[in-house]
Design a protein around this ligand. Sequence first.
Ligand code: HSE
Length: 432
Amino acid sequence: MKKDSVKVGLIGFGTIGKGVAKLFLNSGTIINSKSGIPVELKKICDLDITTDRGIKIPAGVLTTDVNDILNDPEIDIVIELMGGYKPALDFVLRALNSGKNVVTANKALLSKYWDEISAAAAKNGVQVMAEASVGGGIPILRGMDKGLAANRIEKIMAILNGTCNYILTKMTFEKMSFDAALKEAQAKGFAEADPTLDIEGFDTMHKITILSTMAFGGRVREQDIPVEGIKKIDYTDIEYAGEFGYVMKLLAVAEREGGLASVRVHPALVNKKHLLASVNNEFNAIYLKGDAVGETLFYGRGAGEMPTASAVLSDVIYISRDISNGMKRAAKEIKTGNFVKMQKSGEVVSKYYLRFTVVDKIGVLASIAGVLGKNNIGIESVIQKVQKQHEQVPVVIMTYSARESDMKKSLKKIDAMKAVKEKTVVYRVVDL
Ligand code: HSE
């Protein structure tokens, strides 16, 4: 049945919710004309509706009772911006089971409960759209799903956390401390309510779970993804990386070869000439390789009020167009159990940066090189810093491509040597 207007309910009136409300108030004409139907923000629900957020919400719109949205048969689209698992999952499932479409920015929820959510949407013939959940304002999900539909996606390398990228940029270019940079990112509204999700890499993991599941057309699960964050990064390594021609980035990588995929999150040294190396501050970028299109790069603001609101509203418009055309489109379901086959992590091949702390004695470097050589790891370049009056010196080695299992075996041997004084620092390296 064709409707003459679309009614929207928003749950969660925090930073992004405020941006969404602002867009509704300031860009109503554009939203309506692009949707082909009047779109009304009928209700906004939050536990706190008294704080002055600097925008004038029309009378009767604000509520603290979520049932005013979930039980309202007039509401066609529920925007979920509360974040977290509880009670967000319950609200999303209730909305879908009442035949409402859902737009969400909740990457943690989708990453963990993809099966339940997509099954409920498919069963009820409604859509779940989550453009804002990955890459903030960058239209990567739609771009990949629609614009690159003809491709087999072979590789994704992405910077997906604005907070981490902001911190690393400030550490690299302004020598700012980790804590000061994190404080700034929090003040700018990029960080999660619990910033450990950002800095320990879990926010990036949530996003690459969603992205790789869509890219590979099968479920990639959180437990398939090794995660390493940026908390332990030492400025020394950022500096040495710079000398070798690299910058430190937190990367999400998803690649597949011969039917086996590898999906992972870790800091990496990215060659300064690679496009991803110039992605700074809160910007995100997704470098994606398809078999037909070749290399592509999606770039934009990955966090913050208005960029994320932009993605939320574009989903609302997209669904409103269908409603305006009288179409009912069901979410695509990736069947539970259709898991992507994962490569064993030890088989993953990459170049490495290694920083050893060793006693400054003849033969030490030769012994390290010997262990690496025995494990099929070739050395590309070496820097040894002379530190007068110090017995210990840093030796930095860049290797050629090596298997992770070979690297682990070598480091176990090397770190046990008498001449090696600290645990070796290891990062993967991304070249052109
Ligand atoms: N905390 C996230 C980030 C927000 O810093 O990227 C956007 O998902």
